[in-house]
Design a protein around this ligand. Structure first.
Ligand code: PEP
Ligand code: MN
Length: 333
């Protein structure tokens, strides 16, 4: 159950609600986000909400049957739009595109990508400066100095930055230089990281865990929302299955299912979703047709020289063709 409170509600109201609900064995949690004030009541007993609905300071009450609450679409009529500033928004009905290299590699790589994005009217650039790599001997990213350089160049060119944060200790240093924090598939259930991102007033895109279920992804989002941060995006990036012909199995089912279950924008990552350069465009198109609010994909001036994920990275010609196809598909949809 979600009880929406009027802004500035004082403790006495919260106590009154608790007094009414605790005899019914409801656990009550107070959630204060950048946009709202809520009491989440978790319990099983049915009761007449009129018993508390009349209390001054209560805006609305919603009975949500899901075990996640605030991210559920069962209480929020309109879909969430995540604003990044400068008229850039995700989830507002415009299909969003984010693109860039797997890893940020240096000045030339940043500039090449920015030029490509600008030529194609894309204003969000992806790239990792902290890279979760299966082998400790692989390139692990340029770190905070790389992010600062990227930020300077991106800002000069009105490009927004989405990049992965791998641990709590990185958040503070990264904060001023990112527009969207990305939680990687290996960290979807790093609850300490999720708790800490809940305290930030910056958008967060949470990727689905490598072997994670849709339900687990929604619960991870609930961690951040209930921690105080409503500015969330969810990302389907493929899951591990028994199939060996592709890096991951992009779960197309997840797109309409998530669209139904949550009011948060859903982003598709076809690059990691299939992991095969030749087929990234097919998966991106499928995800758009299935109702995704946007895509994030890997592109590089010379994919064969990319520091990571070469096998799934589009060159700029391929990426340009995909962007055109997505734009045309957008019109049809
Ligand atoms: C990435 O986006 O480069 C990345 C490492 O993704 P994932 O966490 O989905 O593997
Ligand atoms: Mn990658």
């Amino acid at each position: 159950m979600i009880i929406q409170l009027e802004n500035g509600t004082d403790e006495r109201l919260i106590q009154k609600v608790e007094e009414k609900l605790s005899p019914l064995k409801y656990e009550v949690t107070h959630v204060k986000t950048q946009f709202g004030d809520y009491l989440i009541g978790m319990g099983k007993k049915q009761f007449d909400i009129r018993g508390i609905g009349h209390l001054e300071g209560i805006k609305d009450i919603h009975i949500v049957s899901d075990d996640y609450q605030l991210v559920s679409s069962k209480w929020k009529v309109s879909n969430t739009v995540v604003h990044l500033g400068d008229d850039v928004a995700i989830g507002c009905g415009n299909f969003s595109m984010m693109a860039g290299p797997c890893s940020i590699e240096g000045e030339e790589n940043i500039m090449d990508t920015i030029n490509f994005l600008k030529a194609n009217n894309i204003n969000i650039m992806r790239g990792g400066v902290y890279k979760p790599r299966s082998s400790p001997y692989s390139f692990r990213g340029l770190g905070i100095e790389g992010l600062k350089l990227w930020h300077k160049m991106a800002k000069e060119n009105e490009i927004k930055i989405i990049t992965e944060v791998m641990q709590v200790s990185q958040i503070e240093a990264m904060y001023d230089y990112v527009d969207i924090f990305q939680v990687g598939a290996r960290n979807t259930q790093n609850f300490n990281l999720l708790d800490e991102l809940g305290k930030q007033d910056k958008p967060v895109m949470i990727k689905r865990g490598i072997s994670g279920t849709i339900n687990e992804l929604l619960h991870s989002a609930e961690y951040i929302f209930s921690g105080g941060n409503e500015r969330l995006l969810l990302c389907e990036r493929g899951i591990r299955t028994y199939e060996e012909a592709s890096r991951n199995t992009f779960d197309i089912n997840a797109i309409p299912i998530l669209k139904q279950k949550t009011h948060l924008p859903i982003i598709a990552d076809p690059s990691h979703g299939i992991g095969i350069r030749d087929h990234v465009d097919a998966i991106a198109m499928a995800a758009a047709a299935a109702g995704a609010d946007g895509v994030i994909f890997e592109t590089h001036c010379r994919p064969e020289e990319a520091f990571s994920d070469r096998q799934q990275t589009l060159d700029f010609a391929e990426a340009g063709r995909l962007i055109n196809k997505l734009n045309r598909l957008k019109e049809v949809i």
